[in-house]
Design a protein around this ligand. Structure first.
Ligand code: SAM
Length: 244
């Protein structure tokens, strides 16, 4: 007897450089009938899709579906979006297609996948889910600038900068390394908080934007050398500050 087990594969695409895709990621992408990927606006290219475009060109057979996730903090809009996109994914998987969902970096760090996974598991427990990890953007960045994010007894915090920053100072007082993701527009505000938390002007400061793309910017200096010109302001930005 032949059993059909619907399966959905989520692939972490890493930070932008196609050479940082895992072997498993490449195999799954080449083998897929349908590639689904997140984008923030109708018609806007998906960052995750751009990472794998050379592989898609080789495979030359896939249907591509962009799923729109608007950049909003409105809970109702977000929940409706997760439900709608989870349904699109599930319907395609149940119809018998090999479906791969792409996400930048790793699927389990601040990713649209987390909500889709939750929704699909609840509504379609019959779908087998496989997740292929990807290289996390902050680790790529650490390699580029040669900063150890944590060593020995050091403590590190990861902060999404576009949300409530009221606890950042308290967290910073108890940490050696602070990693900020999600939107360079907020970085000037958090730098002020780090100084108030006792990070000295000699602290190591590194900032990166659009890693792994042609627009990549990477800067390393001390906290005391930071000016408004050295801060990046794009969404795909990372900032690391480490006590010395
Ligand atoms: C929605 S989170 C996704 C994180 C991702 N899942 C990961 O594992 O790195 C998006 C944030 O990750 C960071 N990021 C991801 N890819 C990046 C890249 N290529 N260059 C710079 N920052 C990146 C930025 O801070 C961006 O705002």
């Amino acid at each position: 007897m032949n059993f059909f087990m619907p399966e959905l594969i989520c692939v972490g695409c890493g930070p932008g450089d196609p050479e940082l895709l895992t072997v498993k990621a490449v195999k799954s992408i080449k083998n897929a009938d349908v590639i689904m990927c997140p984008t923030s606006k109708e018609g806007k290219p998906s960052m995750a899709l751009s990472v794998v475009s050379s592989i898609l060109a080789e495979a030359n057979k896939q249907e591509i579906v962009n799923l729109v996730f608007p950049m909003t903090k409105d809970k109702e809009i977000l929940e409706n979006t997760w439900k709608k996109n989870a349904r699109i994914l599930a319907d395609s998987v149940i119809s018998g297609k090999k479906v791969v969902y792409l996400t930048v970096g790793d699927p389990y760090l601040y990713s649209t996948w987390i909500y889709l996974h939750r929704e699909i598991t609840k509504e379609h427990p019959e779908i087998k889910i496989t997740v292929i990890p990807g290289i996390v953007s902050m680790f790529t960045f650490a390699s580029k600038v040669g900063i150890s994010l944590a060593e020995g007894a050091e403590k590190m915090a990861v902060i999404p900068s576009c949300y409530d920053l009221s606890r950042v100072k308290e967290i910073a007082k108890n940490c050696d390394t602070m990693v900020f993701l999600k939107d360079g527009h907020y970085f000037d505000q958090v730098i002020k908080l780090l100084r108030e938390a006792g990070f000295s002007e000699n602290s190591v400061f590194a900032i990166g934007q659009d890693l792994g793309t042609d627009q990549e910017i990477v800067r390393k200096m001390t906290l005391g050398e930071v000016t408004s010109e050295t801060i990046t302001t794009k969404y795909f930005s990372i900032m690391v500050v480490k006590r010395v």
